[in-house]
Design a protein around this ligand. Structure first.
Ligand code: MSP
Length: 588
């Protein structure tokens, strides 16, 4: 699971436009170059860990730039499920983590409402509502989910928003003016449900077991494809094979290899419009109403729209204070090609900076099958949160849902994590540390001095010291499962330290007061550190725990997540509170 920090931090020089492109008749000076000059020594880095690639955090030195993180925008042809929620909780966790470290955070999410003829037009027709009404309904449902899940999004974009149409048209005009879009014929294997053309190498023949009929499917998505010819606009994607390879260069791990393989097969030009006769629900091509924009070009541009792109006029100021380039773009592994090939190519063509990291996460399955409406195995996130609580589900998703391996959702596992980790470790240590029987004064004992650590406490003492660094490394690599592992490893040690110390026996003899105080401090400090570091994942529960521990609001940032940095100087005046169980037993 662990990736080496060394490979993660590797940097290379900024992407440079290849020579061949300079001869392009409509080549314009790169905006990226201008932006670079403003930002100073900015470097684009290399593929980092096996599910991420982009710039090293250490290279991202633009001081006032907010941390801008994005989620994919969600199709409105089906209601949200737990897998969708995972992308957003991950982004929210990472944003909150950066905020804890003192950086302003921007988190953008929203809904992808155009295209998908097979889905949106048909779903709207089936529900006897207009496309717009259907979009409103489902978009609202996603928004309600993110509110219920305590997602601190700063923008919720809908691709039917007016400002988005402006941004998309700007992007189109820019690429057209620079000669990267032309009108042509397009022939290929087309998948209606994927809204994508595939090359012959990406398609395989299958035989229907019942009828014996032959048909073709996309190897990547398994969706049916048909040979289709149509007139449309094309983007010169083929010119970007080399620049993209350069961008990805050198990282030998996982998802990076996948993307490299796609690139090495060579890229064909990409069809970026659909005839209006086939698809009416989309953004019209500027100057040609007979075509609408390819849904992915439309959708990907959302990441710019929310930063105020095209950054002119009043919006111009947003370039300086706004988000672009994104610090991290969270995507599920199924949409990696769109984000790691098409998206950077569009940006390069437009002369814009590339996102610093693209983070692909694995999927949630149920009964080992990918959740899908058609299989009928989707988990309703609203019901799950009602049953177990918002923070429990957030915790479960971040504790079990990783970047590399698919995770299988089960209510038993949610209950198990709740009982064993949240209640059994964190809740238990909280009630132990605030026990009135052991600490009737409710005062926080003084921390031990470095040279005076009881031998039984050494393991915990060291774990507390190392924990922030470990959590920081895990979070910087987007590995929340690792971060929770480290936190709960420390909590297990803290509980063992308490059990082994048996303060409930020692307290009977007043001469043991010093040792009892030490054990209470160990437990209190461990609970404080855990709650503090878990804030990005379980914000509500963490806040309640920190309240109970008497930790002030201004003592909850990263600088306080260090052993001995709690309760500040006026510790004597603070007291902890007792309370009912923080994680009460589950109903069933
Ligand atoms: N609309 C596109 C994204 C456009 S972004 C410019 C799309 N939408 S989606 O609704 O199908 O998926 C949105 C996100 O949810 C994707 O990151 C996808 O990987 C994620 N998930 C969908 N099902 C999932 C699971 N079963 N498990 C985890 N995440 C999954 O693609």
């Amino acid at each position: 699971m662990l990736n080496t920090t060394a490979s993660f931090l590797r940097c290379v020089p900024l992407y440079t436009r290849p020579r061949t492109l300079h001869s392009s008749p409509a080549y314009f000076p790169s905006l990226a170059a201008l932006a670079r000059r403003q930002l100073g020594a900015f470097q684009t880095g290399l593929p980092a860990s096996y599910s991420t690639f982009g710039v090293s955090e250490h290279a991202a030195v633009s001081t006032n730039k907010p941390y801008y993180i994005t989620t994919p925008i969600f199709y409105v042809n089906a209601v949200p499920h737990i897998g969708h929620l995972h992308s957003v909780v991950l982004a929210d966790t990472l944003k909150r983590f950066q905020e804890m470290k003192g950086r302003k955070g921007l988190l953008s999410t929203g809904t992808d409402e155009h295209g998908l003829k097979a889905s949106i037009q048909q779903a709207a027709a089936a529900a006897e509502v207009s496309e717009k009404e259907l979009c409103d309904r489902v978009s609202q449902r996603f928004k309600a989910l993110f509110d219920a899940a305590n997602i601190s999004y700063t923008t919720f974009i809908r691709t039917t928003d007016m400002n988005h149409a402006v941004a998309v048209k700007e992007m189109w005009n820019d690429l057209w003016n620079k000669g990267y879009i032309y009108k042509g014929q397009h022939e290929g294997w087309y998948s209606v449900s994927d809204e994508a053309f595939y090359a012959s190498t990406q398609v395989e023949e299958k035989t229907d077991e019942k009828t014996g009929e032959k048909y073709h499917v996309s190897i990547e998505t398994g969706k049916a494809v048909e040979w289709t010819t149509e007139e449309n606009y094309k983007f010169k994607l083929s010119e970007f094979t080399e620049p993209l390879l350069n961008w990805l260069d050198k990282n030998p791990e996982g998802k990076y290899n996948e993307v490299r393989e796609w690139l090495q097969q060579g890229l064909s030009d990409l069809s970026v419009s659909r005839p209006r006769s086939r698809l009416t629900w989309g953004i019209p091509i500027p100057g040609d109403d007979s075509h609408v924009m390819y849904v992915w070009m439309d959708a990907l541009t959302n990441y710019l729209t929310v930063t105020g792109y095209p950054w002119r006029g009043i919006m111009g100021a947003q370039k300086a204070t706004g988000g672009w380039p994104a610090d991290a773009q969270i995507v599920g592994k199924d949409i990696l090609r769109f984000h790691a090939v098409y998206w950077p190519a569009f940006l390069m063509a437009a002369g814009l900076e590339l996102p610093k990291k693209i983070v692909a996460h694995a999927h949630w399955t149920q009964s080992k099958m990918k959740m899908s409406k058609s299989i009928g195995n989707v988990v309703d996130p609203f019901t799950a949160m009602e049953e177990f609580g918002t923070d429990t589900i957030r915790f479960y998703l971040m504790n079990d849902g990783g970047l590399s391996d698919d995770a299988d959702y089960s209510s038993e596992l949610v209950a198990g994590r709740y009982r064993k980790l949240l209640a059994g470790q964190l809740g238990n240590l909280l009630s132990r540390s605030t026990s009135l029987a052991l600490n009737p004064s409710k005062k926080v004992p003084s921390p031990p001095s470095e040279g005076n650590i009881h031998p039984d406490d050494l393991a915990l003492w060291n774990k507390l010291k190392e924990l922030p660094e470990k959590v920081d490394q895990s979070m910087t690599q987007f590995r929340t499962t690792q971060a929770t592992h480290h936190i709960f490893d420390m909590l297990a040690e803290a509980n063992a330290n308490f059990s082994h110390g048996e303060p409930w026996k020692l307290v009977k003899d007043p001469s043991n007061k010093e040792r009892v105080d030490q054990l209470i401090w160990n437990a209190l400090e461990s609970t404080r550190m855990a709650a503090l570091l878990l804030q990005p994942i379980i914000p509500t529960k963490s806040s309640e725990i920190l309240d109970q521990l008497g930790v002030r609001g201004d003592e909850r940032s990263w600088e306080h997540a260090q052993r001995g940095r709690g309760w500040a100087a006026d510790q004597e005046a603070r007291s902890v509170a007792t309370g009912g169980p923080m994680f009460p037993p589950l109903k069933k």
